[in-house]
Ligand binder design. Sequence first.
Ligand SMILES: [Zn+2]
Length: 453
Amino acid sequence: MQKLICDVIDEHYDELTKLAKDIWDNPEIGWEETKAVAWTAAVLENNGFDVETGAYHMPTAIRAVWGEGKPVVGFCAEYDCLPGLSQQVCSYHNPVVQGGLGHGCGHNLLGAGTLGACIGLKAALEESKLPGTVIFYGCPAEEQLLGKGLMAKNGAFIECDFTLAWHPSTASRDTLGAHTGIEGMEVEFFGTTSHAAGSPQNGRSALDALQLMNIGVEFLREHVTNDVRMHYTITDGGLAPNIVPDHAAAKYFIRALSREACIDTYKRVVKCAEGAAHMTETTVKVTRTGGLYPTLQNHVIGEAIQDARKEIPLSAFTEEELKFADEINRNSPRYVEGETKPLDYEDQHLENRVVYGSTDYGDVEFICPGFQVNECTTASLAPGHSWMVTASVGSSIGMKGMMRAAKILALGAYKIMEDPARLQAAKDEFNESLHGETYVCPIDDSIPWPYKD
Ligand SMILES: [Zn+2]
């Protein structure tokens, strides 16, 4: 089946790489991915999938289905970009549009590669005559961290026996370790303005309140578990030094490796805000902006993916591609002449490394068993969310990694679908790891509707 899957996916090389390149050439920020959705839906339809765009009442979500009966496997695709990461395919910082949008997280490959996996798996199921349903989920706005939660709120993923996802990466290295979950908030303080020199006694500074809140959070860091991360930006600090600010605002992300720690720390940060308002005789408004679960990587599915990796030939990079990656790596302070590998593309063992970044795929992994795969698509020292990623994933390096990821996902999924005992083991592990808890969608009705209209 390995050969059939590889052949079928390779036959779609032009279609898949065109889709990935078109999305790269037309970067769209989360909730606005209309071109990516239209192009992705067209390729799905061409390949025999029953496609619904605007799924789950979300204009840029897709649900596309092929097959019948159990088991049901879901694949999570993304296609949104990031602000400020516009970049040409070259090895020095050279934006297409100064300050413009760019695929600095490689989601142009993510959606197209996932689609390739669905095409490969469909062919394998047709050939073997095994029953099963393949669902492609086009998931909006991953970078804004509540796309999949909102889909889940509207009924997505619960229909699956298991799910798979992948992410473009600096290395072909999968981990069983978790990503952190997040709780997000916006904080606003309201004070009383005054002339900062002439009548400061009449002012009640909203900026003072915000700074005292932030200092409270700095002291809070000592009294949380090691996995907790709290970070903020000040989005409004007043207008001029000689005006006591009557308004100040900040955005916060609170992360931790458990959902409980995220929620608990969020409540303690709110107390810092309330205390600061009390100290400064201002008022405070806290708006929860969203939340997501940590990831819960399934070991049984991870092992199936490792088995699939052994059967899928490594990406064959040319001298020219290795040279391009080496030139990108030279932008990093971590570069060591003669030691830094241009591309870290050889498969590595499944490890237990914790990832302190976050992904909304965590929500999906708490609904049914799942696993996220990493495949080498970028220069080995390209930092996440950087122009170096944008350059790599717009090049043939990214395309080759994407094609391999599609094959690994398709073959890994097939290995689970053809082996009921393996699927049952994945489910048993999932149920045990939940310790009796059930998924509670973090996107409640208080979260503002993210689409513009
Ligand atoms: Zn990403």
